[in-house]
Design a protein around this ligand. Sequence first.
Ligand code: ZN
Length: 58
Amino acid sequence: MSAAARQRTCAACGGRFRAGERTDIEVVLDGIVRYVAVHAGHSTFPPRRPAEGARKAA
Ligand SMILES: [Zn+2]
């Protein structure tokens, strides 16, 4: 079962998912690794500064 199906609501905005709506899965590190579902284009992450996106390989 997908995270979206379990969750029913968006982790970012709290709105309910509608049938057939596109969703994304996001990894949240909250002491443990959790996967949360969000609407496509929504994010639980705060806006990143451009420089941080390039540091993945560190
Ligand atoms: Zn949302």
